[in-house]
Design a protein around this ligand. Structure first.
Ligand code: PMP
Length: 325
């Protein structure tokens, strides 16, 4: 796996090997981190980061929920990610910004109260292939409904992408893997369909898209939002509504969305075949449009600025630098 040689830390690019924390770091003990997962894709104009602003806004939202005061603006965080990708020389990669409660080594504090601990900022990047396997995008994956309930939003808010939430995701993922499945789908505390351990979920029913609402303790996925916008543009009706477990078995098509998983069809749930047991036509169409957009081959719905071209912004920066000299 190719890894970016530098990590962005508190405003500077440092060597990968220097991006280390003390074992008494608050986040390690109490899960006090918020993070993002973003992809940069290869395009004809060089690497382009997909929906960078929306991801950095979600990072700021997650931090706000956990009362972390962030000393960087959204624009500065976006610029930091762009600089890291540019410096790495990679044509495509996965970008991981993380903000967490650290350890003040001069004045250490070890309790649950996070306020005395300093806030640390890092962004790393690596080349991450297809999250659920190369073949998955075409042939689909086999999944199960998890025996674990998705965290309830009054315990750990699902609107925040917080490290602690992923203990729940790990229980779901480990159970699925040990059961011979690629992924698990969690139900919420009421028994309605929520999401995968790291993906949102869509059903295709009689030509309509159905997806659980934010109230089902889901992360407000940026790929989810992208697919909703693409579907609407294609004239496909989209409904956000509560979904019973059994409806998963009866749907025509089913797929996951996520930055890592992109748009991955699901061919079976609990060993019950979904539709024809392969990628359905609507899933395929949405996937095709999504991939064209991320590769810069067609504009996003409503011409929205979904791609940040890493080298273009370098040119702009150079131009503005020379302008001020
Ligand atoms: N749900 C969970 C629990 C996730 O971890 C992710 C991945 N970030 C998603 C949904 C999908 O979100 P996005 O499309 O923004 O990556």
């Amino acid at each position: 796996m190719q890894i970016a040689p530098k990590v962005w830390h508190n405003g500077k690019l440092i060597d990968w090997n220097d991006a280390r924390v003390h074992v008494m770091t608050h986040a390690i003990h109490y899960g006090s981190s918020v993070f993002e997962g973003i992809r940069a894709y290869e395009t004809k104009r060089g690497p382009a980061v997909f929906r960078l602003t929306e991801h950095m806004q979600r990072l700021l939202n997650s931090a706000k929920i956990y009362r972390m005061e962030i000393k960087y603006s959204r624009a500065e965080l976006c610029q930091a990610a762009v600089e890291l990708v540019r410096d790495s020389g990679m044509e495509h990669c996965y970008i991981r910004p993380i903000v967490f409660r650290g350890l003040d080594e001069e004045k250490p504090s070890f309790g649950v109260n996070p306020f005395p601990n300093p806030i640390e900022y890092y962004i790393g990047a690596w080349d991450w292939g297809k999250y659920l396997g190369e073949e998955a995008l075409e042939s689909g994956v086999d999944v199960c409904v998890s025996s674990w309930t998705r965290i309830t939003s009054n315990s750990l808010p699902s609107m925040a992408k917080a490290g602690a939430n992923y203990m729940n995701s790990q229980l779901i993922k480990m159970e699925a893997i040990l059961g011979g499945f690629s992924e698990g789908i969690a139900l919420d505390d009421r028994g309605f369909v929520s999401e995968g351990s790291g993906e949102n979920l869509f059903l295709v029913n009689n030509g309509r898209l159905i997806t659980p609402p934010l109230g089902a303790a889901i992360l407000p996925g940026i790929t989810r939002d992208s697919i909703i916008q693409i579907a609407k543009e294609l004239g496909i009706e989209v409904e956000e509504t509560t979904i019973q477990r059994a409806a998963l078995y009866l749907t025509d098509e089913l797929f996951f969305t996520g930055t890592a998983a992109e748009v991955t069809p699901i061919r079976s749930v609990d060993h019950i075949t979904i539709g024809e047991g392969k990628r359905g036509e609507i899933t395929k169409k949405l996937q095709e449009e999504f991939f064209k957009i991320i590769r810069g081959e067609r504009p996003a719905p409503n011409n929205a600025p979904w791609l940040t071209y890493v080298r273009d912004s370098a040119e702009k920066k150079t131009a503005s630098n020379s302008g001020s000299n």
